[in-house]
Design a protein around this ligand. Structure first.
Ligand code: T1G
Length: 700
């Protein structure tokens, strides 16, 4: 099947593209467009329409081709051929014209979009920048500031917004091809000019140097550590001062640097990983799915309320159950407050908020849950309480209802055994705040049916979450690995570092916040309380938790008490170092006979990240996680791990597994095998000279 066809209808040449699923600009598509354009230059057509079959206009360059030598014709060559056509070319846009796809449209002389269409230049989300003229043509049509906003955020805009910005010329409804063809006929009849966007010049007075400096500072904060956003600003600045050809050359230079960067490799890895994590390896392709039209949430606390919002946000009615009217009202008030915050940020209209709230109701009676399709338990982290809840759900819920638990750590197999229908029980582990964090860990028990797994994994996408499937173990994927990160933080602290050094090192490395600042934010007492129910093995050696225990027993639980690792101003919550903490650290080091020594920044970041990697390798060997890239998705979307690092397992591949393994062997020799035991899979891959990526592909 040819991906490009060409026909003439009443002097309008129609170049029809058909490269499912998203008409990505593959080599075949690029070649076909060039061939059709060449033909059209000398035939009887008087104008041309570029139209796409399927669900969307071109959604961008073919990301699967990156990393290989570019094959001509490149996207830039296609774009140039369109703009230099001797006849007007009209882009007929539907779906999402993104990246190279929108750059193709910008090279056309006119753009006609369905009112439901969206356009955008999302390259920055892949660590790139528009490499086919987007940084040069968008500002020429929309102006510099609108172009900077569009390209540095990478967010798509609606057709009507694009019309306002002069990025499209006409917005239509109904049959797009007919409308675009009629538009082309109008242009022919009016003998419309060949409107080459590249010929437009921008008045330098509209974009002084100070404007670009302001953008550089703003973007540096918003995209800390990332390369491509700064280059985008330089390219747009070039569009103001340089003719198109020179501006394109500068764009090409910066694009080449970005596409070859580790950051872009990592972010493209994440793009595919988050799509792959939705796929369950051992599930038959034709696994059935249950309809989820009504949902119940047990527990109206912070998590329960947030979970409920996810379903209301997509139009699914939710019933929250609490133990009393007072508790229920508190929960419903908290949900309303959360929505109000979203409205005040301009991210939701008042009407939208009321619409969502109308879908959330409450009850104190389990019987009201009887007819619901899915119930998610979000009560206190006590296995006994959860077993009690599930036994009640088993009694009242209809056959075929899915019974899910939001537990962070508890054994979902034990919870399932509290019912007579373990095949309908599954874990749905949301991350706080549940209505914001994208990750959903889906925990399959030994007896969970394929249908329930399949339904839950697909439901994740419905509620705009990214799922990662886990089998049962203490902490599943994220929390089990993150405990090692936190324990190693404590060993660095008591072993010679300070909260300030550790937090600044990890913040500079790319984490949103340093680990001890995170502990102060969420409350040091949370892990303190959890440790009360943990076995000695689960807790680890005392040196890895004696400091937080002591802080809590001193009443220093973090921001909420005005002091934790740091001291906090009651009003502004401004953080300052506190000598009391370091005195405590030194006293406890002495008590545990630990000789403190200076620890380098590099050693701190290596130890904390390699602690994640080592445990991730164990999870893969045990079959808890399906694939290394699933682990990367968990950390990017559940723990604010910097996307430009690609996730812990991708990062380890970038460092080289031999280096990671050798470092862990050094830590084992220094701190003992109880703490640093090299994961067998890591040892094997280091020996074989393989990456986690290669191993994962072999397992697919
Ligand atoms: N290249 C290759 N495959 C792609 C693709 C792309 N650009 N976009 C999507 N796919 C695959 C995806 O992997 C999945 O495959 C299937 O299509 C459905 O995608 C020169 C250099 C378009 C909004 O960044 O944002 O142009 O899993 O599950 O939720 O300046 O895909 O089915 O096998 O996401 O409906 C710029 C990326 C590229 C857009 C559709 N473009 N794509 O969302 O479906 S760089 C982008 C998306 C560039 C130029 C530069 C979304 C979507 P599979 P999906 P969806």
């Amino acid at each position: 099947m040819s991906v490009v066809s060409y026909e003439i209808k009443n002097t309008v040449g129609i170049i029809r593209l058909n490269n499912p699923p998203v008409n990505a600009l593959s080599y075949a598509l690029r070649e076909g467009i060039i061939d059709a354009l060449d033909t059209a230059q000398s035939d009887e057509s008087k104008a041309l329409v570029i139209y796409c079959e399927g669900r969307t206009f071109i959604a961008g360059a073919d990301i699967t081709e990156f990393g290989q030598p570019p094959k001509e014709p490149t996207t830039a060559m296609v774009v140039s051929a369109i703009e230099n056509s001797s006849k007007p070319v009209i882009a007929a846009i539907h779906g999402t014209a993104l990246g190279g796809g929108f750059e193709v449209a910008l090279a056309c002389h006119y753009r006609c979009a369905l009112s439901t269409a969206k356009v955008g230049l999302p390259e920055v989300k892949l660590g790139l920048l528009p490499g086919a003229g987007g940084t040069q043509r968008a500002p020429r049509l929309a102006g510099v500031e609108a172009a900077l906003e569009l390209i540095t955020t990478g967010n798509p805009i609606t057709a009507s917004k694009a019309l306002d910005l002069n990025l499209v010329d006409r917005v239509v409804d109904g049959d797009l091809l007919s409308a675009a063809t009629a538009y082309a006929q109008e242009l022919i009849d009016s003998n419309a000019e060949l409107k080459r966007v590249g010929d437009i010049t921008i008045d330098p007075a509209s974009a002084p140097a100070e404007l670009f400096e302001k953008w550089r500072k703003t973007i540096a904060k918003r995209t800390r550590g990332q390369i491509s956003p700064q280059h985008i600003i330089s390219c747009v600045e070039a569009a103001v001062h340089l003719p198109l050809v020179e501006g394109l050359a500068k764009e090409r230079k910066y694009f080449t640097e970005c596409v070859q960067s580790e950051q872009s490799t990592a972010m493209r890895h994440m793009f595919f990983s988050e799509r792959l994590s939705a796929k369950v390896k051992d599930l038959p392709k034709d696994s059935s799915v249950r309809d989820i039209k009504t949902v119940g949430v047990i527990g109206g606390g912070t998590m329960g309320g947030g979970i409920a919002m996810n379903f209301a946000n997509v139009g699914i009615p939710v019933k929250i159950l609490e133990i009393s009217d007072e508790a229920l009202q508190r929960g419903l008030d908290l949900v309303r407050k959360n929505y109000q915050i979203t409205v005040s940020k301009g991210k939701l209209s008042q009407e939208g908020m009321e619409q969502c709230l109308s879908l959330i109701s409450g009850t104190t009676s389990y019987n009201d849950l009887a007819g619901l399709d899915l119930i998610i338990e979000a009560v206190f982290e006590s296995i006994d309480l959860k077993k009690e809840v599930f036994a009640k759900l088993d009694e009242v819920c209809k056959p075929g209802a899915i019974l899910a638990t939001n537990t962070s750590y508890q054994d979902v197999n034990i919870i399932a055994e509290a019912t007579k229908r373990p095949e309908d029980v599954i874990g749905m582990h949301f991350f706080s705040p549940a209505n914001v964090m994208k990750l959903l860990e889906v925990v399959r028990c030994e007896k969970t049916s394929d249908e329930v797994i399949n339904t839950t994994m697909k439901l994740a996408k419905t509620i705009n979450k990214i799922p990662a499937l886990a089998r049962v173990c203490y902490g599943f994927i994220g929390n089990r690995m993150f405990r090692n990160y936190i324990s190693e933080t404590q060993r660095c602290l008591i072993g010679g570092s300070s909260p300030e050094q550790i937090d600044s090192v990890m913040h500079a490395w790319g984490m949103a916040m340093g680990p001890l600042s995170v502990n102060d934010l969420s409350g040091i007492d949370i892990s303190y309380t959890a440790r009360k129910t943990q076995t000695a093995e689960q807790k680890g050696e005392p040196a890895s938790y004696c400091i937080p225990d002591a802080l809590v027993e001193m009443g220093r639980m973090g921001q909420k008490t005005g002091a934790g690792y740091y001291r906090y101003d009651r009003e502004t919550r401004a953080k300052t170092s506190d000598p009391v903490t370091m005195q405590l650290v030194e006293d406890l080091a002495e008590k545990h006979q630990i000789t403190r020594r200076p620890i380098s920044d590099q050693e701190i970041s290596d130890r904390l990240i390699f602690a994640l990697v080592n445990e991730g390798a164990n999870l893969l060997s045990e079959g808890i996680a399906q694939r290394p890239s699933d682990i990367d998705v968990v950390f990017a979307y559940g723990y604010a791990f910097p996307v430009f690092r690609g996730g812990p397992m991708h990062y380890a591949d970038t460092v080289g597994l031999k280096k990671v393994y050798e470092s862990i062997c050094e830590y084992r020799d220094r701190y003992g095998e109880d703490i640093w035991k090299p994961a067998p899979l890591l040892e094997q891959l280091a020996r074989e000279g393989k990456t986690f990526k290669e191993w994962g592909e072999e397992q697919e």
